[in-house]
Design a protein around this ligand. Sequence first.
Ligand code: GDP
Ligand code: MG
Length: 461
Amino acid sequence: MLENLGQSLKEAIRKITKSSYIDKNIVQEVVRDIQRALLKSDVDVYLALDISKKVEERALNEKPPEGMSPRNYLVKIIYEELVSLIGKGKEINLKPHRIMLVGLYGHGKTTTAGKLARFYVRKGLNVHLIGCDVHRPAAMEQLEQIGKMINVPVFLIKGEKDPRKIAKTYLNESRGDAVEIFDTSGRDALDNDLINELKDMKEIIKPQEIYLVVDASIGQQAGKQAKAFHDAVGITGVILTKMDGTAKGGGALSAVAKTGAPIVFIGTGEHLENLEVFDPKRYISRLLGLGDLQTLMETVQEMNIDEKKAEQTAEKLLSGKFNLKDMYDIWEQFSRPGIMERIFNAIPTFSLPGGDKIDNDFIQQSEEKLKKYRTILDSMTYEELENPDIIKGTRIERIARGSGMKEEDVRELLKEYNKMLKAIKEMKGNRKMMRILRKQFGKNIPGLEEEDDGSQKNGNN
Ligand code: GDP
Ligand code: MG
């Protein structure tokens, strides 16, 4: 995995989830962060600039769909643009077919042949490995060993100097009921000798797939190689190997994607299980630390109803008629079973305003506390909820008894209410508070629109 790129991108996303609202400054800051991260990962300067420009334009001009906060929408834009940077991927053929692997020396062809074999075996398919690398002395033995490890038959003709003959001999006996993976010879460079050999092999094998195996640590150069191989022999996809050991993976991915050749698999280690089907969407989700973005979007949509309710509450709040019932409403929204957990799981980088990462303990504590408060509020009379000032002495005693809580719990709840009330009072003309509120309740609340025209103060009703 692209540790460094992922780290920087996650930090950029964290900045967004931590910011109280999305404005031009934060968009530009985040875009700069992403640009820097991409360049560090060897992404071409023009590609990096292009994507920055797109993110910025979209973030400043597009309106989030209803029910989605500007923050989540910015994350979504970044996600979409990064996905488009690394291509569409390619559907994996899960029927018997022929794969010819091509590539230069040492880029990982033979290892990848073994990884692919293991992959298709796991999918329940018959697999044959055919060793057509006649140039490297130990190539045949290497493939033989790999075959043994994963229990896959390997076809070889030891001592044969012509790879064409090996392929022909194998194909004479082929029943076409297996995924047939042909390992071919490399060279130090794509010279005429190699081109001619591969053209002949392609003619003989008639593969459905010709995958170029490229070491990702050459970064952007992987794009040039993909183009050269494509022009010379035609390729149907690229397998990027050694993604585990390079800081230049972003460059390799984006440069290959730009040539139009789909990236089909990525190799992420020396072991035969270190192969991943390349799925651009999931890959970027992971890099951004988003977990499953689909889940996130669904959760946000679901929250829509609650946001509407929150708007009403906020309106009340601004009109200065905020009471315990309204506080109850707010808590109710966030104490729905599992709602917090789901949001935080969907965005592992989701942060508290203070920047602390939310962990399970926090979620559990919050949910327990809210449950407790709710029980207390349930034991209050309507009059008390509307008019919290009257809750004193014997009323506290009664509420505690009625709810099965301690008196100090009731007092704690009242203290929280008073804290909130005080905050609301201070809010009059306090921009910072307005920002926090806008963060909590979104933009569509009267009195909470843009803050900087100076004409509006608190609420308009
Ligand atoms: P070939 O000459 O193209 O057939 O390359 P090989 O399959 O012999 O691989 C060359 C070297 O790269 C070997 O040491 C492999 O173990 C190593 N290698 C291949 N794929 C990966 C990968 O995804 N990650 C890492 N770390 N090493 C790999
Ligand atoms: Mg080899």
